[in-house]
Design a binder for this molecule. Structure first.
Ligand code: HEM
Length: 330
């Protein structure tokens, strides 16, 4: 397939897709899976054969069926919603843009995004993505094959801060009338218990509304944040309920990796800086941006300002969409 022409029109579409993705990710609360989609499309790159990489091939049925990609179909369907509105943009660009936006709207660092990737219908054979059951030699084999360094392996692994296994999301539970709306879908009988206490029917109903704070009955707003939690948790050792995979332990045990884990756990700025650089490299494996495309991207300051606005917009969209849902159910 041919490279897209990155002209002013294409850049305008990228800008609109960025905004579409911010709203979509906030509304569907799907930042983790969008980041995983971008990483799995890019992470198949082989620098010696110049095959795989961020070329949109993960959408091919054959590649999507690879064991490592299980569960990613939903992320693809979210991206299709944006693609339907912005058909000009290649899948390869769209998936990488989704990864960049996922990090930004969860409060992570701004990642420079340069468009112009071409799509491929050719998928690599299964087995290029890392196997979590293996240790440090395997991690190095896989990432060195992509042309990435030890520091980049550790920084990128910090993407797991968006994995609910490793992070502590902010859960906002709101006192609403949700309980009654849900109750009307099938009502249990409480009269016996409350009549014994001398309470009236009206009091039984009003008091039961306290259940709106019970997670069984309400729909909490869950905010997942991009932080250095992954490294802090790694260093804590055994934590109840947290299953560390061999690839996680490899970051602690390998002397080439461990200093970066220690650095990122105590210095989030250093993590964000290295993560942003490593993520950009990952998203551009095998892709050399045309010079016009690089020049056409906004200057750092503008991108930072846009990103800050992005986080605020994302938070507002989460809250508004929640209130909209509540009204709709009412
Ligand atoms: C270092 C090698 C890596 C291994 C072995 C690995 C393995 C895994 C595994 C087993 C899961 C759980 C999947 C599931 O729930 O079905 C996962 C989730 C995740 N991974 Fe990785 N991963 C690696 C690197 C990365 C990188 C480089 C990133 C991004 C920069 C990343 C981002 C994520 C995210 C965001 C999730 C959560 C997805 C969700 O909740 O939907 N991973 N990873």
């Amino acid at each position: 397939m041919a490279f897209p022409v990155v002209d002013a029109d294409y850049l305008k579409e990228i800008d609109k897709a960025r905004r579409d993705l911010r709203a979509l990710i906030a509304y569907k609360n799907c930042a983790p899976i969008m980041l995983r989609l971008a990483w799995h499309d890019a992470g198949t790159y082989d620098k010696s054969t110049k095959t795989g990489g961020p070329n949109g091939s993960i959408r091919n049925d054959e590649e999507l069926a690879h064991g490592a990609n299980s569960g990613l179909k939903i992320a693809l369907s979210f991206c299709e919603e944006v693609k339907a509105k912005r058909p000009k943009i290649t899948y390869a660009d769209l998936f990488q843009l989704a990864g960049v936006v996922a990090v930004e709207v969860t409060g992570g660092p701004t990642i420079d995004f340069v468009p112009g990737r071409k799509d491929s219908k050719v998928s690599p054979k299964e087995g290029r993505l890392p196997d979590a059951k293996q240790g440090s030699p395997h991690l190095k084999d896989v990432f060195y094959r992509m042309g990435l360094s030890d520091k980049e392996i550790v920084a990128l692994s910090g993407g797991h801060t968006l994995d609910l296994t490793w992070t502590f999301p902010v859960i906002i539970i709101l006192f609403t009338a949700d309980y009654f709306r849900e109750l009307l879908k099938g009502s249990p009988h409480l009269k016996d218990v409350f009549y014994r206490m001398g309470l009236s029917d009206k009091e039984i109903v009003a008091l039961s509304g306290g259940h709106t704070l019970d997670l069984t009955w309400t729909f909490p707003v869950i905010i997942i944040l991009f932080t250095a939690d992954y490294f802090r948790e790694l260093l804590k050792g055994e934590t109840e309920g947290l299953l560390k995979l061999p690839t996680d332990n490899a970051l602690l045990d390998d002397p080439a990796f461990r200093p970066f884990v220690e650095l990122y756990a105590k210095d989030e700025d250093a993590f964000f800086k290295d993560y942003a650089a490593a993520h950009k490299r990952l998203s551009e494996l095998g892709f050399t941006p045309a010079s016009s495309a690089s020049k056409a991207t906004a200057k750092d300051g503008t991108v930072l300002a846009q990103s800050a606005v992005g986080v605020i917009v994302a938070a507002a969209v989460v809250i508004l969409s929640y209130l909209y849902e509540v009204r709709k159910r009412g």
